[in-house]
Ligand binder design. Structure first.
Ligand SMILES: [Fe+2]
Length: 240
C-alpha cells in the first residue's frame, strides 16, 4: 500500500477513539511506520539502503499528519467548519504536483491549519489568521506554514479593516505562488466542504457577514485581488 493509501485506509476518523494524546501518537506512529515499509517495498531496496527514501516519506507524512491532528483536535467538533477544512485540505492535495516536497508539505499543512484560529481554544486577538498562525508557530511548524496561515485569503485586507495591521507584522509574507494556492483552495471550497466557484464563495461570505462587519468590508476590498489569485492558480494549472 502506498503512503497515501496508508492514510486513506486509516479513514477520516483515525484520530478519534477517546481523543487521548497517547492514542493519537500511536496511530500516527503506525502510519509513519507503514509509510516507511511502503517506500522500501515500492523501491525494492533493502531496508538499510533506503534511508533517503524512508526519510523523505516519513517527513512528508509526518508534517501533514501533525497538521491534520491539530486541526481536528481544535475544529473537529465544530461543524460545518471541520467539513470546510477537510475540503480545503483535500483540494490542496491536488494542487502540489509541481512543487518540491517542502513547499508541497507547507501548502497542505497550511490548508489543514488555515482556519484553526477560529477554534475557541486558539482565540486570542479575535483575528483568526493571526490567532491561527500563533498556534501553528507554537506547535513547531515551519515559518513557511506559519506565514501561509497568517496571510491566507486576503488577511491583510481584514487586518486593515480592523486596524490591526501591526498583528501581521509579526509574520513574514510567504511566497505569492504558495499563498495563491492556499487562498485558491479556501475560495473554491464552500462552508459545507463542497466545491464552489470563487465568485459564489465571495458572495456567500458577503451575505454571511453584515455590511458593517470588518469581514464584509475586507472581502469587498479584497474581491479583485482574490479573484486574481484564483486566476493565477488556474493559469498555472492549465499549463501543467
Ligand atoms: Fe477557510
Amino acid at each position: 500500500m502506498p503512503a497515501s493509501g496508508a492514510l486513506a485506509a486509516a479513514g477520516p476518523g483515525w484520530v478519534r477513539g477517546g481523543g487521548r494524546e497517547r492514542e493519537r501518537t500511536a496511530a500516527a506512529t503506525a502510519l509513519v511506520f507503514s509509510a516507511r515499509c511502503d517506500a522500501v517495498r515500492m523501491c525494492r531496496l533493502p531496508w538499510s539502503s533506503a534511508v533517503a527514501v524512508r526519510r523523505l516519506v516519513v517527513v512528508e507524512v509526518d508534517i501533514r499528519l501533525r497538521a491534520r491532528v491539530i486541526a481536528e483536535e481544535r475544529l473537529g467538533s465544530l461543524a460545518p467548519r471541520w467539513a470546510h477544512v477537510r475540503g480545503v485540505a483535500a483540494a490542496a492535495e491536488l494542487m502540489i504536483a509541481d512543487l518540491d516536497v517542502t513547499d508541497a508539505n507547507a501548502v497542505v499543512a497550511a490548508a489543514w491549519l488555515h482556519d484553526v484560529g477560529y477554534a475557541p481554544s486558539a482565540a486570542r486577538t479575535g483575528f483568526h489568521p493571526v490567532d491561527g498562525a500563533k498556534l501553528v508557530r507554537e506547535s513547531g511548524f515551519s515559518e513557511l506554514v506559519v506565514s501561509l496561515v497568517a496571510f491566507h485569503s486576503g488577511a491583510e485586507f481584514e487586518a486593515h479593516e480592523r486596524g490591526q495591521e501591526s498583528l501581521l507584522a509579526a509574520f513574514t509574507r510567504p511566497p505569492q505562488d504558495l499563498l495563491d494556492r492556499v487562498t485558491y483552495c479556501d475560495l473554491t471550497i464552500g462552508p459545507d466542504g463542497m466545491p464552489i466557484c470563487a465568485e459564489d464563495r465571495i458572495a456567500e461570505v458577503l451575505h454571511r457577514y453584515g455590511a458593517d462587519d470588518p469581514v464584509h468590508r475586507a472581502m469587498t476590498a479584497a474581491r479583485a485581488p482574490l479573484l486574481a489569485a484564483v486566476a493565477r492558480v488556474e493559469h498555472v494549472g492549465a499549463k501543467t
